[in-house]
Design a protein around this ligand. Structure first.
Ligand SMILES: [Zn+2]
Length: 157
């Protein structure tokens, strides 16, 4: 008997992580931070065609895209389904992770590491550039070290 609630939670978390992944994939290759812009303040997402800054209700993963039928609310030009595909794919990965690891610290850490792993692969295969992956690699290494420390702690208690 499969429990559906954890799977659903994993799917939704995966989609949120997928949204984070698309932000990394979109921004890091342009040399921008994936969290903050240079003139401090959080980087706002904007339409790739008209440059209109998007409101929070334009950025709800998957749902916004479907409700606008894949078009920008402001210029009506199509927005690629690639990002939605990444989000859905990550949602499925999230559900699989939670199915295997359960709602545990390991499940949480795996979900948290997911955007970094997927975006590193994505950026590498799309741009074949290695130098820009350094900061992502360091972040991933940090997560792995934390996981190892946590495992050691759990095993010794
Ligand atoms: Zn637009």
């Amino acid at each position: 008997m499969i429990e559906y609630t954890p799977l659903f939670l994993g799917f939704v978390s995966g989609i949120v992580m997928g949204s984070f992944t698309t932000a990394i994939v979109h921004r890091v290759p342009m040399g921008r931070s994936f969290v903050h812009s240079k003139n401090d303040g959080v980087e706002r997402s904007s339409c790739p065609s008209c440059g209109h800054v998007l409101a929070w209700y334009d950025l709800i993963p998957v749902i916004s895209w479907i409700s606008l039928m894949g078009r920008c609310r402001y210029c009506r030009r199509p927005i690629g389904g690639r990002y939605v595909a990444i989000e859905l794919f990550m949602g499925i990965l999230g559900a699989i992770i939670i199915h295997i690891l359960g709602i545990t610290v390991y499940g949480g850490l795996a979900l948290f590491a997911l955007p970094f792993i997927v975006s590193i692969l994505f950026i590498f295969f799309r741009y074949r550039e290695v130098y820009m992956l350094k900061s992502l690699g360091k972040t991933l290494l940090g997560i792995l070290v934390l996981t190892a420390l946590w495992s050691a702690y759990v095993l010794t208690v």
